[in-house]
Design a protein around this ligand. Structure first.
Ligand code: SF4
Length: 322
């Protein structure tokens, strides 16, 4: 049995509460679980029966696998605030990024199987610890399981905004399920070019999918809104990781965001790439280095030139860039 959460949040009504009160959330659970029978929870469309615990690319069957849940102080200031972001880090992934920094978690699915009641208990525990939000990391392949767990958590008192921290390699079915549940969408926009997406993440359709899903996320929640203390409450926050040799296509990504979403889209241009996973002196040698300060400055410049007005203000420490 779940322990009722005692911590109340003042003045904020999460999106999912309305769905819960109207009974719509329970209907979403039915649709979500049905999606697992012939899985199209992400654009891979594997159509395996995950209800029978079969799995495919994401290596995740009936239940989500959680690598860790903790209070995270490394996220953007508007998410971590002063009490941290309540992170639930899922194992398994539907992408195959050769430079993955969490190879053992994402590729080898290291973690603990978490049925709905366990997942709900984690959300409540993070709320009890005072976190500002529940931050689902690498959730693309476990949207049905998240939706299934949510009513249990809401019933026991969950009232924090939900952050959907995604690669943007999501299916439209999953985003329909999440409409009215997620308060803050935080997608990456990883690559502009499909050849780069094929080579480095085994997903040639990634750019096309990301353009479609990020647009839908923005339609659902709009530009990022914060409270009077600078903590994110609702909206879209896009992340873009600058890669060596501009394989991410920063200029095109920034122009697209300004043109197709809004010049006031909140964008974090990130410099923290480092070689990991399969990248080595013998494989993928062209990305076997950190991003140069000049490359990062150029990427920032591209974002400003595109007309974007809300760039995350935390900047990398260049003495860590080699
Ligand atoms: S979530 Fe995606 S990768 Fe996983 S089984 Fe379903 S369609 Fe395949």
């Amino acid at each position: 049995m779940l322990v009722k959460s005692r911590r109340a949040t003042t003045g904020f009504i999460p999106a999912y509460l309305r769905l819960y009160e109207s009974g719509e959330l329970e209907q979403r659970v039915e649709r979500a679980v049905a999606l697992l029978e012939s899985c199209t929870a992400c654009p891979r469309d594997c159509r395996v029966n995950r209800l029978a615990d079969k799995f495919a690319v994401c290596k995740t069957g009936r239940y989500a696998v959680v690598s860790s849940h903790f209070t995270h102080f490394g996220e953007e200031d508007c998410l971590r605030g002063w009490r941290g972001s309540g992170t639930i880090f899922f194992s398994g992934c539907n992408l195959r990024c050769v430079f993955c920094q969490n190879f053992d978690i994402s590729w080898q699915v290291r973690g603990t199987v978490a049925p709905p009641s366990n997942l709900a208990a984690m959300m409540l525990e993070l709320q009890e610890q005072g976190c500002h939000n529940i931050n689902f990391v690498t959730p693309e392949h476990v949207v049905p399981q998240i939706v299934e767990a949510l009513p249990l958590a809401v019933e026991a008192g969950l009232r924090l905004p939900i952050v959907y921290n995604t690669s943007a390699y999501d299916s439209m079915e999953s985003l329909e399920l999440l409409d009215g549940i997620v308060d803050i969408y935080m997608p990456d926009f990883k690559y502009w070019d499909s050849e780069m997406a094929r080579k480095y993440s085994k997903a040639p359709d990634y750019p096309q999918v990301a353009r479609r899903t990020i647009k839908e996320m923005h339609r659902q929640v709009g530009d990022l809104a914060m409270d009077d203390r600078g903590v994110a409450r609702r909206g879209l926050l896009v992340r873009h990781l600058v890669m060596p040799g501009d394989i991410a296509g920063t200029r095109e990504v920034a122009r697209w965001i300004a043109r197709e979403l809004s010049p006031t889209t909140y964008l974090n241009v990130m410099a923290q790439y480092y070689p990991a996973g399969k990248v080595s002196r013998s494989e993928y040698t062209e990305i076997n280095r950190r991003v140069l300060p000049s490359e990062y400055e150029k990427a920032l410049d591209e974002a400003y030139r595109a007309g974007l007005k809300r760039l995350d203000s935390r900047r990398p420490s260049y003495n860590r860039v080699v």
